[in-house]
Design a protein. Structure first.
Length: 152
């Protein structure tokens, strides 16, 4: 079993961390470029984007913001995976773990886009919804906090 000081493990950790940070930096550059070229007209929650473009930008934003904070978790997974790479143990490669992480957050983007489209359609039909948008936002923020308290 390899300990955390072996050159192979250190090289793997450096490659993973460097890759995550490079992807994050590229994603930030793309987001800054996209923001500078975007029209500053109010276009609603979907910003006038198609679903595919919205999800693509969602993924880029997620990589930019979440990869640096997810790096310790991904490195820990890599350490555990490295220690389980023996014939009698099953293991999952780190790239599968990162891909699953991206997939789950991408699905959250699909849900966000769907909700945004629904809210935009409802808002066109009802000014009441727009007038009470802040209340709905507060409910969305505080509901995850309040629900677990009521379950205990």
């Amino acid at each position: 079993m390899a300990d955390s000081t072996t050159p192979t493990l250190q090289r793997e950790r450096s490659l993973i961390l460097g890759g995550l940070l490079m992807l994050s930096a590229l994603a930030w550059a793309l987001l800054i470029w996209q923001a500078s070229t975007m029209s500053h007209q109010a276009m609603g929650l979907t910003m006038g984007m198609s679903a595919l473009l919205f999800i693509a930008i969602w993924i880029v934003m997620m990589v930019a913001m979440m990869f640096p904070t997810a790096a310790p978790m991904i490195l820990m997974f890599s350490n555990i995976s490295q220690s389980r790479r023996q014939p009698e143990h099953s293991f999952v490669p780190t790239w599968v773990f990162v891909s699953a992480y991206l997939l789950i957050w991408s699905l959250c983007g699909v849900v966000a886009y769907s909700l945004a489209v629904l809210i935009e359609k409802l808002a066109v039909q009802s000014m009441w919804l727009m007038e009470n948008a802040a209340r709905y936002g507060a409910i969305v923020v505080f509901l995850p906090i309040v629900l677990p308290m009521g379950m205990s």
